[in-house]
Design a protein. Structure first.
Length: 124
């Protein structure tokens, strides 16, 4: 009760220029535990519903490699979450628990790199 209002008030207290990513849960999303994470990543990568696969791929690659080229190994995990076909990926054959752990590691690496870069350059 009042969670949206609380978050709204919290956002008002943040300094200007802070990166704010929002994701929403929906009742039909229970079948996909990644749904809020996917929505958060779509916001971060600025992926729109009308974007084709090529556009989604370019946005992800541009944002990830523009942030830190050493994050290239995380790309297959983002492609998989965002439904971007990656023919070179071997994620389908990977043990599901290992894949899940590495997916969350990729997300943590991305946002840690983003935080490090924005600490160095507060205008990001």
């Amino acid at each position: 009760m009042g969670k949206s209002r609380l978050f709204y008030e919290f956002k008002l207290t943040l300094p200007s220029g802070c990166l704010i990513l929002e994701a929403f849960s929906v009742s039909y999303g229970k079948a996909s535990p990644y749904l809020p994470v996917i929505e958060l990543l779509k916001n971060y990568f600025q992926i729109q519903p009308q974007d084709d696969e090529r556009s989604r791929r370019e946005r992800v690659i541009g944002k990830v490699l523009g942030l830190d080229r050493s994050l290239e190994d995380t790309l297959p995990y983002f492609f998989a979450l965002l439904g971007v076909e990656d023919l070179a990926s071997s994620l389908q054959q990977m043990d599901p628990q290992i894949r899940r752990r590495r997916t969350f590691e990729a997300i943590k690496k991305l946002f840690s790199a983003r935080e490090s870069q924005s600490a160095a350059d507060p205008h990001l």
